[in-house]
Design a protein around this ligand. Structure first.
Ligand code: FAD
Length: 284
């Protein structure tokens, strides 16, 4: 389909972006890679009379690694993430997750900022960012502010970001221990039926800490503190895996759609979480 008519802007600095957002309010949206927004506009599911392209803004596409502190500029693409060897060494779950997003064509254009800002429950990076306890850096008319990824998502397509704010970057501490991003999808290029992001640290043969987040199993990504806690102190045996899955199932709230009924999604969530925990444990 053809989208409704819109005015296109390509500002050169962030001040101009914020001024346009203030001027047009709800009628304006920023565009990063356009691989979620343009399809929504073509399907007439998003009406955007004023489209503000971020491609002309300098310095939003840098990956900065300073000791254990990592900052990903909003316009860093999934392709950039995958190709950055120093980043992959510092936070390997990012490469593992990015490789499971869509296909190479989409990953060349789709950005980390767009994926995290979008608020689509099917996006993979929000759960990863919750697992890593990342911080989301926003810039608006009153300057910058930071929100924890675990507090950012309010409902499907609803986030803590105000209409006149732009996601500038995501920052996180390099994780330690074992990791895994496990995703079940119907076919290559599909969004998750269920996905799990897991980080585990080990001490004296036992799990010392565990962070678990689930994708596309609620209208927001779900960081399941209870599931992580269920693993701590165990040697990742069957009983601990069952306890983590039971805790996670208490936190998710999937709905039926063309990926399957609720019972199937809950079953798949348990299967992929066990796989993810086991792989993270093996790597820890
Ligand atoms: P855009 O489409 O440009 O923007 C998306 C939304 O975020 C818009 O509302 C926009 O206003 C807002 N936005 C963008 N950047 C900012 C910013 N810096 N500050 C504030 N708001 C911003 N994604 C997955 O995670 N997993 C998948 O498996 C997957 N499969 C896909 C398959 C196909 C065929 C396609 C077309 C897309 C798929 N995607 C998938 C989505 C893809 O990863 C998108 O590119 C990504 O989600 C959005 O990034 P973008 O840069 O394209 O954002």
């Amino acid at each position: 389909m053809i989208p409704a008519a819109f005015d296109y802007y390509r500002p050169k600095d962030m001040g101009e972006v914020i001024a346009l957002l203030q001027e047009h309010g709800d009628d304006a949206r920023v565009m990063a890679g356009g691989h979620s927004l343009i399809p929504m506009m073509k399907l007439r599911m998003a009406d955007v009379p004023h489209l503000i392209d971020l491609q002309g803004i300098k310095d939003l596409d840098t990956i900065d690694i300073n000791g254990s502190e990592i900052t990903l500029g909003a316009m860093v693409t999934q392709h950039d993430l995958i190709g950055h060897d120093v980043l992959a060494a510092a936070a390997p779950i990012l490469r593992e997750a990015a490789l499971q997003i869509a296909d190479p064509q989409v990953r060349y254009m789709g950005t980390i900022g767009g994926n995290v800002a979008n608020g689509d429950p099917g996006n993979d990076m929000p759960g990863v960012m919750q697992c890593l306890d990342a911080q989301i850096n926003l810039i608006g008319p009153d300057g910058t502010r930071t929100v924890a990824a675990r507090d950012y998502y309010e409902a499907a397509y609803m986030t803590d970001r105000a209409d006149d704010e732009v996601l500038a970057s995501v920052s996180l501490s390099a994780p330690t221990g074992g990791y895994a991003y496990e995703k079940q999808k119907r076919k290559i290029g599909d969004y998750a039926t269920a996905a799990a992001a897991v980080q585990i640290t080990k001490s004296d043969g036992k799990i010392a800490s565990a962070s678990i987040a689930m994708t596309n199993l609620s209208d927001v990504p779900v960081w399941s503190e209870a599931a992580g806690n269920a693993l701590v102190g165990s040697a990742c045996d069957g009983a601990a895996l069952d306890a983590a899955v039971a805790a996670m199932l208490g936190d998710i709230d999937p709905s039926e759609d063309n990926r399957g009924p609720v019972a199937f999604k809950r079953h798949v969530a348990g299967v992929i979480l066990k796989r993810a925990i086991s792989r993270a444990w093996d790597r820890a």
